[in-house]
Design a binder for this molecule. Sequence first.
Ligand code: ADP
Ligand code: MN
Length: 519
Amino acid sequence: MDPVGVAAAPEAGPGPAWQSKCPWGAPNTTSISCSLADVMSEQLAKELQLEEENAAFPEVVAVAEGPFITGENTDTSSDLMLAQMLQMEFDREYDAQLRREERKINGDSKVSISFENYRKVHPYDSDSSEDEVDWQDTRHDPYRADKPTTTPRKGFIGKGKDITTKHDEVVCGRKNTARMENFAPEFQVGDGIGMDLKLSNQVFNALKQHAYSEERRSARLHEKKEHSTAEKAVDPKTRLLLYKMVNAGMLETITGCISTGKESVVFHAYGGKLVYYFATEDKVMPPECAIKVFKTTLNEFKNRDKYIKDDYRFKDRFSKLNPRKIIRMWAEKEMHNLTRMQNAGIPCPQVVILKKHILVMSFIGQDQVPAPKLKDVTLSSEDMKKAYYQILNMMQQLYKECNLIHADLSEYNMLWHDRKVWLIDVSQSVEPTHPHGLEFLFRDCRNVSQFFQKGGVVEALNERELFNAVSGLNITADNEVDFQAEIEALEKMNEDHVQNHGKKLSMFPSDGDPPIFDE
Ligand code: ADP
Ligand code: MN
C-alpha cells in the first residue's frame, strides 16, 4: 500500500495512526504529509471499490426470503458461502491430519517437533479446540452452589526469602502474556498465550493500546456492515453450526429469522426427528423451535458487564475467560435460567440444546408465527387481569423457587400464547444476591406495574407494593427515592456480609433459597 493509502485509512487522526498506535511502528520522527484532496480521492476510490466488490459478491446471507437452511438445500445459491463452508471443513480435516502426523513423528520422544505453524485454522480462531465445553448437561448448574471466595489482598505469596510479590518481573511478564486473552476475539495474539512468554509491562501496554484501537476500528466496520444488507445475516461459523444441526437430523428446516436484536438473532425452525438426551431424559424434538444466536461480536455485550461482572456465580470464571467465551456464557446462562424456570413450572421456552453461542429451544407460537409480545396484543379486560395475576405469581415463583430476578422484565419480553403469559429472554437474569439484584427487581416491578395500571387493571399493585410482594421484604418507604435508597442499603449490607464472611452459606438457609436480609 502506498503511504498516502495508509495515512488515509479510517484510523487516521491528524498524523499517520499506524506509527503511534502500532507497537512495532517506527518512532514518531518523520511524518508523511498528504493533502486533503489526496485523502478525499483515496476515500472515494475505496468507496467505489467497495461498491464493486458488493456487486460482485452479493451479500453473504440474506435470510428473509425462502427457507434459510433445509436438509436438501443448504443455500447453494451463495457460492461464496458454500465455498467458505467447504473450506472450513477442509481446513479442519487438514489440521486433524497434521495433528495425527505430528503425534506419529514425535511418539514418546522427549524432544518433539511442532507443526503448529502449518495449521490452517488459527488456534485462537478455532472452534474445535479441546477446551471447548458445550454445556449441554443441565444436571449441573455451575452457578448454583459455588461459594464466593475472597482473594487475599496482601499482594504477595510465599514466606521469608521465597517471597514473590506481584511486581516480580517473571510473574508479571507471565501475567501480561495471559492477559492478552482478554483482547477482542478478532485480535490475533499468536501462540504467546500457550508459551512461557514473559511480556514486559511496556510491551504489554503498547499491545493493549493497539488491541483497543483495533477493536474500536472493527466495531466501526461492523456497524457499517450491520446497517447494510447483511443486517439479518449470521457469520459463516454460526451458519456452519446451524447447517450441522440440520444435517444431524435435529432440525428439519430453518425457515427464517424472526427477530434481530442488538445482542441476538432469533430463527424459526421445524424440529427434526431426532430423539435427544436432555437432563437424564430422552426427548423428542419440539415440532417448532426457536434458535437464539448470541452475536459473536463483543461490542454489544460491553454494556452488559454490570450483570455479569458482579455476579459472584461468574467471579471465578470471568477473569479467566476470553471474550468469545463470555458471549457463550450468556447463552449458557439463558439455558440454565430457562431450565430452572421450567422446573418451577413457569411457562417459558423449553431448552433443547446449547451449541456454543447457539441456543435451541421450543417455539412459542404456531405455524412459524411467533406469539405476540404483551405490548402488541390488545387483551380484554378480563384477560388483562388474568395476565396480571399470572405475572405476579410468576415473579414470586421466579424469586422464591428459581432464586432468580428476571432483570429485563417488561411487556417486550412476555409473550401471549394459549391465553397465558410466557416469559422469555432470561440470559441477563441474576440471583437475588447479585450486588444490584434488588435494583433490577425494582425496575422489573416498575415496568410491570406501570404496564398494567395503564392497561386498566385497578387491582394492580404499585411498584413498591409489588416489590415487597415478590421479595418478601418489607420496605416501608412511601416514596420512590427513599424506597430506592433502602434497596441500595440492603444491597450494600448484603455485599459487606459476603466480603466479611466470604461464604454465602449464612445468607442461604438452604441451597437455592433466596437470601434473607434480617440482620
Ligand atoms: P433479545 O431481546 O435479547 O434480542 P429475545 O430472547 O427477547 O432476545 O428474543 C427476541 C424476540 O424473538 C422475542 O421478542 C420474540 O419475539 C422472539 N422469540 C424469542 N424466543 C422465542 C421463542 N422461544 N418462541 C417464539 N418467539 C421467540
Ligand atoms: Mn427481548
